[in-house]
Design a protein around this ligand. Structure first.
Ligand code: NDP
Length: 270
């Protein structure tokens, strides 16, 4: 963790901040929970696996969280997203940060025509984000809070093997890009941060891409810290690592070469 990052986040008063992090039993969400804990926040974490959540919550307390509670929930279940927000608001007495990070598991493979899987993934990766945002907005308006959306380069650019996942991330970017404007035009004091991540070395991501690409994967702990920093400083957009910004900027300039590079950067024999 860089000293300047610690200073920036601390100086923006995360101590005692009321934070809800989804998908926090592992990966980037788990790392975000630990960073918020080090900054002395009051944290609620959620995911499906209760035993992992308990371990993460215990570690958050040992790292300095003022409070660390967990609630198991399955975002594929229609009533769970709002239930989680209610749990957080009831236990924290409000909310300052809603960090939407969870994703359902999806194969890294050629599109196989499984529409039902895509429908399920849209509920987990996209519709549950809308449900949680809707449930949390009244309290976020009271606190002048922040919604942090963890998205991906694959919400801005198409690459092979991830059609259902990409569809959900484009949906997330489109929806929350619109909500960003509407919150600003309504002059609410709620800020929205959309995070564009490249390949991050979480266990689940590495397991999927291992046999397909040699792309560098960047550390989950640093990705988590950059997300927190962007939310705390109320940035509209966050890009990590550095190349995601330039790729997004230049992606439509030379489409022929872009597509050639994308297709050649994956190992595949038909
Ligand atoms: P992981 O797969 O490591 O973690 C996903 C989290 O979501 C886990 O805590 C998991 O816990 C939870 N989850 C899975 N299914 C459900 C469900 N049905 N209901 C509730 N929670 C669920 O993901 P990453 O840390 O790799 O990714 C985090 C975010 O970063 C995602 O939004 C992803 O799109 C984004 N991102 C990641 C990249 C990467 O390379 N890693 C690249 C670009 C973006 P449990 O199984 O206990 O439910």
């Amino acid at each position: 963790m860089k000293k300047s990052d610690i200073y920036t986040a601390r100086s923006n008063s995360l101590r005692g901040a009321r934070v809800l992090v989804t998908g926090a039993s592992m990966g980037i969400g788990e790392q975000m929970a630990y960073h918020y804990a080090r900054f002395g926040a009051r944290i609620i974490i959620t995911a499906r696996k209760e035993s992992l959540l308990q371990q993460v919550a215990d570690r958050c307390l040992s790292l300095g969280a003022q409070e660390a509670l967990y609630i198991p929930a399955d975002m594929a279940q229609h009533s769970d997203p709002a239930k989680v927000v209610r749990f957080a608001v009831d236990n924290l007495g409000g909310l300052d940060y809603l960090v939407l990070n969870h994703i359902g598991s999806s194969p890294f493979a050629m599109w196989d025509g499984d529409v039902e899987h895509t429908r399920w993934l849209l509920q987990v990766n996209f519709l549950s984000y809308l449900q949680m945002t809707t449930a949390a907005l009244p309290v976020l308006k009271q606190s002048g809070g922040t919604i942090v959306i963890v998205s991906s380069m694959l919400g801005k650019m198409c690459t092979p093997f991830v059609a259902p996942y990409t569809a959900t991330k484009f949906a997330v970017n489109g929806f929350f890009g619109t909500i960003y404007h509407e919150l600003a035009m309504q002059r609410t004091n709620v800020s929205l941060t959309i995070c564009t991540l490249g390949l991050i070395n979480t266990e689940s991501a590495m397991e999927k891409v291992r046999n397909y690409t040699n792309m560098t994967a960047y550390p989950a702990s640093e990705a988590a810290l950059q997300i927190i920093k962007a939310g705390t400083t109320r940035q509209r957009d966050m890009f990590y690592p550095w190349y995601t910004f330039y790729t997004t900027l230049f992606r439509d300039w030379f489409p022929y070469y872009r597509d050639l590079i994308i297709q050649r950067s994956f190992l595949y024999e038909p």
